[in-house]
Design a protein around this ligand. Structure first.
Ligand code: CDP
Length: 568
């Protein structure tokens, strides 16, 4: 039994004990959460020594923001800091080149990353299509989808021994000859270790808007294999997404317009949840500020936010220096660009504390104000670090170089899903609205009932709390149709399916405007949503300048691990 001094929910305690706290050989937990936070803070602060700074001074500062649950780094940092193989990054992208040797080298690298708790994105578009020639054997190629299946099977086996299920993202360009097979795959096969996304180009979107044809190109020789109506492929994407939640869409030209290091390479993939576009062999360490902790006297305490953003940014930069990289090529690339991704969680909680409904004009304005502030302060910190520690090694020729801004990191901001760290911090995840106000969640053998703590507080203070109210809430999950609840409260606690798709997109766009990397957000739709609506959402997302989009229709089939709560 471990003795808790800090206050955690039972659900957080279970998650911590199963996956995060250190255990002895007998499998018994041998540290408290405070000790875990010290382990993380002390380990990462060791990097300060490299720059002639005082590690214990910084360890204390890191511990203070982490143990107060105002900032948490991504799960691998919490789990692995201080261990012999301290791999601290959550996000990776590996190249998949068109030879058996290259494919299986990548599979091996992916296995090592998965084992360390990281998630990997793969773009399979360089592989020659199914049925194409294989000169060395005189045989025929089996195509990208068949290799993705091998990666999926391998992940099944590897994750059995790991601390958590690392995830994968499988990607194919819309102009690859096997695109239709890829787009449809989740309708017929489980591939439970993969999220899939189609890389959509501006040229494809132009063809779609003109109702034109576009070419499918064999990556082996650059030849046009055939032409398809853009609308035909787009409709298939919509159909599969409507039915299974996959594929998502990645707007690659938008991503590359913001690629800070085009002289190092073009971005062709993102990490598993889509929030982190990366070059082949690149990694990123994420961390999130818990916005629910900054509401003081009816407004946001920007002074405290500035203080914490600066320390958190420095923590993430330090984390790169003390990470044990499972793959040498990744170490070189990550240390060359030094990408970090500071983001937020607890956004829905923060809005409720401020009394602003998630889909109110003020919420969208505040999203921009808060994220702009975080981005500016974290860039300022990266610039200060650059003055003391030097710019990132690939700086020369980068967009930062062209702008004349010295930076320690090619990027500093990303909005992660925060699937598990938000459970530990007991806040709403990422920038998502509440999905339900009362629900049950199973973690291994234990079932937890979660009832929104802010709602209970409001109910008690405003006099609508009763046994009957809680029972009705348990049944419905939302406030819709519960007569005892004032209209104002109903508006304040709108859940994901009561918010329009356009409002979901608007919120994603507000955060994207001030985020260097991308934003994790699911556009949750009611089961009755029509396919045309999904099509409209994709087009709006493109026009709004988003880097990618994930849509999930309630009740649609999904075998995808990151859409179910037990993934974390
Ligand atoms: O909350 P936590 O730090 O555990 O992770 P998250 O914010 O939900 O996810 C951040 C990233 O971690 C994902 O985009 C993946 O790259 C990776 N991840 C993974 O590989 N496997 C999981 N089961 C969860 C996350």
């Amino acid at each position: 039994m471990i003795h808790y001094i800090m206050v955690f929910t039972d659900r957080a305690k279970t998650v911590l004990e199963i996956r995060y706290l250190l255990k002895n050989e007998k499998g018994e937990v041998i540290e408290t959460p405070e000790q875990m936070f010290h382990r993380v803070a002390n380990y990462v602060a060791q990097a300060e020594e490299l720059y002639q700074e005082n590690p214990s001074e910084w360890a204390e500062k890191f511990y203070e923001i982490i143990s107060s649950l105002r900032f948490l780094p991504n799960s691998p940092a919490l789990m692995n800091a201080g261990k012999p193989k301290a791999q601290l990054a959550a996000c990776f992208v590996l190249p998949v080149e068109d030879s058996i040797e290259a494919i299986f080298k990548t599979l091996k690298d992916a296995a090592l990353i998965l084992q360390s708790g990281g998630g990997t994105g793969f773009n399979f578009s360089h592989l020659r299509p199914k049925g194409d020639v294989v000169r060395s054997t005189g045989g025929i190629a089996s195509g990208p989808v068949s290799f993705m299946k091998i990666f999926d099977k391998a992940s099944d086996i590897i994750k059995q021994g790991g601390a958590r299920r690392g995830a994968n993202m499988g990607i194919l360009r819309v102009d690859h000859p096997d695109i239709l097979e890829f787009v449809r795959i989740k309708r017929f096969e489980n591939l439970s270790n993969f999220n899939i996304s189609v890389v959509v180009t501006d040229a494809f979107m132009d063809a779609l808007f003109k109702d034109d044809y576009y070419p499918l190109i064999n990556p082996r020789n650059g030849e046009v294999v055939k032409k398809l109506k853009a609308k035909e492929v787009f409709d298939e994407i919509v159909e599969s997404t409507w039915e299974t939640g996959d594929p998502g869409v990645i707007f690659i030209d938008t991503i590359n317009r913001y690629n800070p290091t085009p002289h190092i390479g073009q971005i062709e993939s993102t990490n598993p949840c889509g929030e982190q576009p990366l070059l082949p062999y690149e990694a990123c360490i994420l961390g999130s500020i818990n916005l629910s902790k900054y509401v003081k006297g009816g407004s946001i305490d920007f002074q405290m936010l500035e203080h914490d953003v600066k320390i958190a940014t420095r923590f993430l930069d330090d984390a790169i220096d003390v990470t044990h990289y499972p793959v040498p090529e990744v170490e070189k690339m990550h240390k060359g660009n030094r990408k970090i991704g500071l983001g937020v969680m607890g956004w829905a909680d923060c809005l409720v504390e401020l009394g602003i409904p998630y889909n109110h004009k003020k919420a969208f304005q505040l999203a921009e104000t808060v994220m702009k502030f975080i981005k500016e302060k974290s860039h300022e910190t990266s610039q200060e670090l650059a003055r003391k520690r030097g710019v990132f090694p690939n700086f020369k020729g980068s967009l930062w170089d062209k702008r004349g801004t010295m930076m320690r990191n090619a990027t500093t901001t990303t909005i992660a899903p925060t699937g598990t760290i938000s459970i530990i911090a007991d806040c709403s995840s990422g920038i998502e609205p509440y999905f339900l106000l009362a629900y049950k969640q199973r973690i291994l053998d234990t079932e937890f009932e979660i009832i929104n703590k802010y709602l209970i507080d409001f109910a008690q203070k405003q006099g609508f709390y009763s046994e009957e109210f809680i029972n009705e809430l348990r049944q419905k999950g939302t406030l819709r149709g519960i007569k005892s609840v004032p209209l104002k409260i109903k508006k304040l606690f709108k859940t994901a399916l009561e918010i329009t798709p356009m409002q979901h997109i608007e919120m994603q766009a507000c955060f994207q405007k001030y985020t260097d990397n991308a934003v994790s957000k699911t556009i949750n739709l009611p089961q009755r949503t029509k396919k045309q609506e999904v099509a409209k959402i994709f087009i709006l997302a493109y026009k709004k300048g988003l880097k990618g989009i994930t849509v999930f229709r309630y009740g649609s089939k999904t075998g995808t691990l990151l859409k179910v709560s037990d993934a974390h």
